[in-house]
Design a protein. Sequence first.
Lengths: 566, 478
Amino acid sequence: VTNPQNAVAEPDASSVAELLQLVEKGLRAIQLYLPNNPMYSQSLDNLRKGFAKVWAEMGDVTLRVKGSSGFDWQGIEIASSEDKNDLLAWTLYKDGIRTLTFMPGVEEDEIVRFLGVVNRVRSLATDAEDDLLTLLWEQEFFHIQYMYVELGTDDMPSLQSSANFGTPPAPESVNQTVQEEVQDESAKETALAIASMEDFDSTLYFLDDAEIRHFKEELEREYQQDLRSNVLAMLFDILELHEYDNARGRVVEILEHLLPHFLGAGDFTAVAVVLSESRTVLERLSGLEPKLRQVLEQLPDRLSQPETLSQILQALDEALVHPTEEALGELFKSMKPEAMDTILAWLPRLHTDTVRDLLERAVDPIAQYHPEAVGRALKSEDRAVILGALRLVERHNLQTLVGQLAPLVGHTDVSVRMSLVDALAAVGTPVAMQSLRRLVADGDRDVRIASVKALTEKGHRQAFEEIDAQVQEKVLKSTDLGEKRVFFEAYGLLGGDKSVEPLSTLLVNKGLLKRKWDPETRACAAAALGKAGTASAKAVLEGVRADKDPLVRNAVLKALREIRIP
Amino acid sequence: MIEVSEAKLRQSGRQFLIAFYAALRTLKLYPLENEQTQKSLDDLAATAAVLIDLEDELELRIAGEFLFVNETRLRLDLDNYASFSHVINTLRHVEVGLMRAKEGVDRRQWQVFAALLVALSARESENSLLSELREKMGTGGVLHITVEPPVAGEGLQTDEAERKEMAKRTYERGVGVTKELVSSARMGRTASMKKVKRAVQGIVDQVLNNETSLVGLTTIRDYDDYTFTHSVNVCIFSISMGRRLGLSKLQLYDLGLAALLHDMGKSRVPLEILNKAGGLTKDEWAIMQAHPWLGVLTLIDLQGYADIPYRSIIVAYEHHMKVNLTGYPKSIRPRTLSIFSKLVSVADVFDAATSRRVYATTPIQPDEILRQMTINTEKLGFDLVLVKALINLLGIYPVGTCVILDTYELAIVHSANPDNELINRPVVRIISSDLGAIHKEGPLVDLGERDADGTFKRSIIKVTDPAKYNIIPSDYFV
């Protein structure tokens, strides 16, 4: 057994001083660097090593906080080279902390949280709702303890015993009243009933499993609920149910002010609730003062302003948690159609797929309810806006906008003309097909091919003339086999019997003065005859079944297989 | 060799003490199944095993301000005062001067032992807590740990006065910040929520560490300061009930803040209505009934739009709604009552009914209102689980109830009996002798105490109105 007299070691402040330096360096690292910065990690690693060294020598480290002169450990002053305002001891002292104890285990996680709080408190405004003590309390530290003095409590009221303590009633009087009370039979009965616990089922003192479950579920709901929407529901109830004009005015004013705060917080669900409930109130509450009605009516306008909306979309793109589709739909449904251009301009710029998907789907209601907004977007000078609008025309088959599509045939941007092909094909009205036919002669190969394919898919025979002209003017002279094949197939399919003779001329190569076409063109002509699929086409193909050129022969045989007539 | 073993013993002793402290603290704060509680008990068993391995037994002895582990003194100084003094105070409270654990002690025994210490340390009793501890250790199968009283001369030191003082300061601060808040609201100024936060955090701390003293102060029901003391009382009751229902510390804060602010709407009710003696007219009553929704507007204005206390607003709005959504204010939009609103509602009704107010100068006796709340739970629109929690907190005879005992002594209920089986036998303070002499500082008596023949020493035969005896129950708690 050891001798207790020898068990206490003399204090050595060097390792504690070293530890405090590391704590202050750690605090600086938290202030200057993000957690993914190597300097941040290194600083905290050093701090953990510092704690390990101290724990090897002693138990808890308790420091007296001396304010601007630093700390005191077991009577030894440990100063710091930091400026007063950067001094950890000063930050602690000015909010009331007088001793600080680090216990083994603090190095695992709590020290980082502790330094985080100290760092945060340095940037708090004087009228902030928190100070060091409130923030430290919230952390529920287990390995850090602190003692503090309450500052600014001098004006607190003082609880005093009542004056009665000075004038107790006479014992005889007390005794007599007690006797009377006890002898009062009716009162005794009541008393006995209470004392016998009959009014209180004994199970009252224990919650059964179902009750515990009920409480847990309620508590879970408490913390899962959408607090803002809940409070908004109250505000709208107050607005509808209480007819005091000043209360209504105040509620409307609150709603007006809350909107930018919700936007700032990225709470689009709350924004959507404000907009939709305002609409409900406007419909239901006929007695609302005109001035207040006007404020509610104008709420959506504010969100549709390009600057505000751009902020919303940027915030949406950068947010970690995205609103539900329903909330977004509600938000955009409430917007004015003028918002369309801004949304469409932002769509291609968004980095987050989820947001883009949500936004693309959320913009649909605007297109459905306000097609004229899409029409305006088609006239935009911003290519992205036009492209977005064209996608909406295609998705929603906005036939009323067909007149506004026609001018885009001549748009200088190829991607616009490409999207226009899809939009026109989707609309599919005679006017749309007319515009599509104009694109057969487009200056861009891809646009030509896309439009011809679209016309072919639609079986739009009226396009034969444009395709014929194009075949004669350009395609025959081109060496692009891909384009040639698409045009020839469309030629045969849309031309039917009309196409047989020209195609036959190309395929058969008869006569001394006739131009002899290359095998690829002839093969395309054979394929086109197969698409024409008529008896005369078949007859032409049968005539060249044994062509000497293998490429042509194969194309002929393939085309003949396609023709279903006997 | 001796140096090595001495150093090791000292280090192991410190580790054991820290683990012991951690186990006591977690058991006090969290339920047994909590991960942190379980880990602290694992650590306690493991650190004790290290010492028992070293010297075959573990002996922890309190001597003055020092702790000895197997005769090695662990100095109680600023290095370790926080954990060591907690352990010392806990052991002292249950009159333990020496604790000895022998080979064979397992984790289960440590768990039972630590849990008993935590339970008994929350108790005030004139009977020997040490005897009770020993008895319960025996029935709990704690066979390898023994406890002994302090050696002569190291007598028991009670810190009850200090606890009472701390509770008082906490209560005073609660009343102070509530006054400030109401005053700010009346004048249309924003208020300092920092002070409010500190006050509520302080109440949570006191409920977790010193509940009896703080709940005792809820007997202050003075109508001059009714609005303020009522808010603080509701805050204390709500947090205490929440604690019994297993809420975390941060959840207790949320609940406490909401409870403290629940009546803020009254700051917009004209004082002449608020303080009107006698009945209110229909119009006045309508204005009074507006206070929940006026509370919504008040709390939104309190700090500005960036820091709206949403959860508190919900409670302020809903605290007069019944579980079936009757009550007031009326709702158009679908609403499910918040559990915090329901909880505050129970605390609110209890405190209001038992208080003397300008318009209700004869308060209902605490046991009577509790009985009404139990019998008419549905009619009154309460959640039964929460009424149970209130009764669990207060007992059948709530704190502050004035009773007549079968000894013809008058007594004030001091706290509920911690033994659920004896919930109708609270701990009381005797305030008069059988001959009628009123005591200023009467003794505390556990009505669960029995004579040698097994009969109860004292029983309640009647609940009485303290006003009949010119007694103000809160005088015995302040």
